[in-house]
Design a binder for this molecule. Structure first.
Ligand code: UDP
Length: 498
């Protein structure tokens, strides 16, 4: 091109700009970081806004992504945050820093205060961003988006199966305290679903949280649609019903984990891989309960004994917070000595995606957090389901009854996040753990069928994320709708003109 032609060429249009506002909890942050990376990998600019402690944690991920792909427009933006005003320690900026259940409500009330720095950031952007994507649990973004005329999608972390059940339960008044039945059939689900009320509480349903729930439901209704970390072949009918019930587009763009940006921090990945390399293919059960739940020693001991009694090779993640009790470390060391060679206990944070993608792993004992479940499915690994709270019991129903990739451990009552609730709960016993692990890893028709289904879903997941696949093409449509003068852009222009 000559200098003259270059000068006359029209300036390249600015890339669409997505502003992402995750809830600061690993189970919500990780998929939003993946989503940011996914958007950036398709030519959009993605800005992820979070509190200073989380921004520091995530900057390494953004830098790593930039080194791998220098053209990636992915940035982490820090929003000032003052948890101390709500009686919380200054570093209480992530759900993993919540010390007990009394800090839960203040944490969410403190997060509401992010609305001011968030508004200041968006207001200063010229031009305005193409679209805001904020977590369902961050409804305070809604009024800012509306006042500045920026389209807003909400990101909901759980399965569509849970989200539809939750929506329908509200629409039919099934959650009302006065309702006498402890079980209810959820009308409008594509498959018959009976849920125990206590096990289908959803988000913001604890005492004192009604205002938060009302705000989240209102923000959901005012949104321009929802982004979900799932794929059509996994939940096709549910997605269609969810879209109809919500009256808004449901953008199924996952599984996000296949973009591989999980920050495996804290434990040497190579030591774990080396241990897995020494195990037979499909023989190891991986055991982890996500980033938030903590087990009391009495429950921890039942898990350990159950794994030992199963006779199966195991890789078990025990959290730092679970090691606080003085009797846990000597007990764990004795277990490790007894199971040397066939058991590996990882203390702290484990590189879950590296583990799930290793050929030695044949099953996963999971709390059914949606990220863990979809990561397992995306890697073709069947699961033992051990739900604790929120969406997890419904995710278990999806895995066991609908998808046929899970064996329930037999958890019947919810255990809330922190110790005090767990203290009153009957533990799942070692016999339950051993039985479920053996059923999962063993031979027999049922076990083979579960493995086959898990492998089939994994291959469909990969296809969904490839060019021409459903999730890939949905993302293309989303970028066109909000980024390239489609519905979103038009809407924005109209709003500004008005
Ligand atoms: N995770 C991990 N290593 C750990 C624990 C958790 O990489 O030691 C990741 C896991 O891969 C998943 C997320 O943390 O992406 C947990 O999300 P999930 O929805 O499963 O559960 P939550 O933590 O929200 O209860």
């Amino acid at each position: 091109m000559t200098a003259l032609a270059a000068a006359a060429a029209p300036a390249a249009p600015a890339p669409p700009h997505f502003v992402l506002v995750p809830l600061p909890a690993h189970g919500h942050l990780i998929p939003m970081v993946d989503l940011a990376r996914l958007l950036a990998s398709r030519g959009a600019r993605a800005s992820l806004l979070t509190t200073p402690v989380n921004a520091r944690r995530l900057r390494g991920v953004a830098d790593q992504a930039a080194r791998a792909e220098p053209k990636l427009l992915l940035e982490i933006i820090e929003l000032s945050f003052s948890p101390a005003r709500f009686g919380l320690p200054p570093d209480c900026q992530n759900a993993d820093k919540i010390a007990d259940n009394t800090q839960m409500l203040p944490f969410f009330l403190a997060l509401r205060e992010l609305a001011a720095p968030f508004e200041a950031y968006v207001r200063a952007l010229v031009p305005r961003p193409s679209c805001i994507v904020s977590d369902w649990c961050n409804p305070w973004t809604a009024s800012v988006a509306a006042s500045l005329g920026v389209p807003r999608l909400f990101f909901h972390g759980p399965s569509c199966f849970f989200s539809l059940c939750d929506l329908l339960a509200d629409a039919h008044g099934l959650r009302d305290q006065e309702s006498p039945c402890s079980h209810h059939v959820v009308p409008g689900m594509p498959v018959p679903v009976t849920v125990a009320k206590a096990r289908a509480r959803g988000f913001f349903t604890s005492p004192g949280c009604q205002d938060l729930r009302d705000e989240a439901m209102a923000a959901m209704r005012a949104s321009d649609g929802v982004v979900v970390n799932t794929f059509l072949d996994l939940e096709a009918e549910t997605v269609a019903c969810y879209e109809a019930a919500l009256g808004k587009p449901v953008w199924t763009l996952g599984p996000f984990c296949l973009v591989k940006s999980n920050p495996g921090v804290g434990v040497s990945e190579s030591a774990i891989t080396a241990w897995l390399d020494a195990q037979a293919p499909g023989s190891v059960v991986y055991v982890s309960f996500g980033s938030v739940t903590r087990k009391l020693p009495k429950q921890l001991f039942e898990v350990g004994h159950g794994l030992e009694d199963s006779g199966a090779p195991f890789l078990w993640v025990v959290k730092e917070s679970e090691l606080a009790s003085p009797d846990v470390t000597p007990w764990l060391e004795a277990l490790e000595a007894r199971t040397a060679g066939r058991g590996l206990v990882v203390r702290g944070w484990a590189p879950q995606l590296a583990i799930l993608s290793h050929g030695a792993v044949g099953g996963f004992v999971t709390h059914c957090g949606w990220n863990s479940l979809i990561e397992s499915i995306a890697h073709g690994v069947p699961v033992v389901t051990w739900p604790h709270f929120a969406d997890q019991f419904l995710n278990e129903q999806l895995a066991v009854d609908v998808l046929g990739v899970g064996v329930p451990v037999g958890a019947t009552a919810p255990v809330m996040i922190l110790y005090d609730d767990a203290a009153t709960t009957v533990p799942v016993l070692r016999g339950d753990v051993a039985r479920a692990v053996l059923a999962l890893l063993g031979g027999g028709e049922e076990a083979e069928r579960r493995r086959k289904k898990a492998r089939e879903y994994a291959s469909k997941a990969r296809v969904a994320m490839e060019k021409g696949g459903d999730s890939y093409e949905k993302l293309t449509q989303l970028l066109e709708t909000f980024g390239h003068g489609g519905g979103g852009e038009e809407r924005w222009n109209n709003t500004v003109a008005a």
